[in-house]
Design a protein around this ligand. Structure first.
Ligand code: FMN
Length: 192
């Protein structure tokens, strides 16, 4: 039996929405978060910020987010609320993701900071996959309702909130999805 090489992990990463206990140990969580620190980052601004929501706090946060969404008047059908609660019911860990705007430092454009933060998230998704966990990036759960990220310490003036990464043990084993052939997305410019 051949062992997976690191590049095989990259090729087989896929999102797993429905996860349960056990989540990553503290040591594994540290390794996942440390992977974010290797993201490409113009100007070494380290714009990524993370807030951990773990264990019982996940249910408390689901209640807070759902009541805040309702208060804000943003659309939330009973079906969507049920789906969200069913999803979060078993999730052992949410990592809330924000990009710090750092207004004083204007040399690097905002979209580059957001790209760096997205790359940091991608490193975490890959790290979770490499450690055998399922992970899923969601911009639901009130991501765009300012009061929700504010409750986590990310005010809209200083941060762009970029959603939540749920991590845990996959509830069902899943076959990695078919991916397109990269050739469909690549051209070559030769200058000739
Ligand atoms: C920034 C970002 C936000 C996302 N938000 C959601 C979301 O709110 N709901 C959802 O169903 N999928 C969302 N997705 C997509 C899933 O995380 C996942 O990538 C998608 O289901 C495809 O699965 P794959 O990663 O295995 O290709 C988001 C992806 C990204 C990059």
């Amino acid at each position: 039996m051949s062992l997976a090489t690191p590049i095989d992990y990259l090729h087989t990463r896929h999102s797993v929405k429905f996860v349960q206990q056990p989540g990553p140990s503290d040591e594994e969580l540290g390794r996942i978060l440390q992977a974010a620190m290797s993201a490409p980052d113009h100007g070494r601004l380290r714009p990524w910020r993370f807030a951990l929501i773990r264990g019982d706090a996940v249910a408390r946060f689901a209640d807070l987010a759902i009541s805040t969404i309702k208060e804000s008047g943003a659309p939330l059908t009973p079906e969507k609320e049920n789906t969200t609660r069913r999803w979060l019911d078993k999730v052992p860990l949410l990592i809330a993701v924000a990009c710090r705007l750092d207004h004083a430092n204007t040399k690097i454009p905002e979209h580059e900071r957001m790209l760096a933060t997205g790359a940091a998230v991608c490193n975490m998704l890959n790290a979770a996959h490499m450690l055998g966990y399922g992970a899923f990036w969601s911009t639901g759960l009130g991501t765009y309702v300012d009061m929700v990220p504010e409750a986590l310490g990310f005010d809209a003036l200083d941060y762009r909130f970029m959603g939540f990464v749920a991590i845990g043990t996959p509830i069902q084993s899943a076959v990695p999805p078919e991916r397109p052939d990269y050739r469909q997305f690549v051209t070559e410019w030769t200058g000739n």
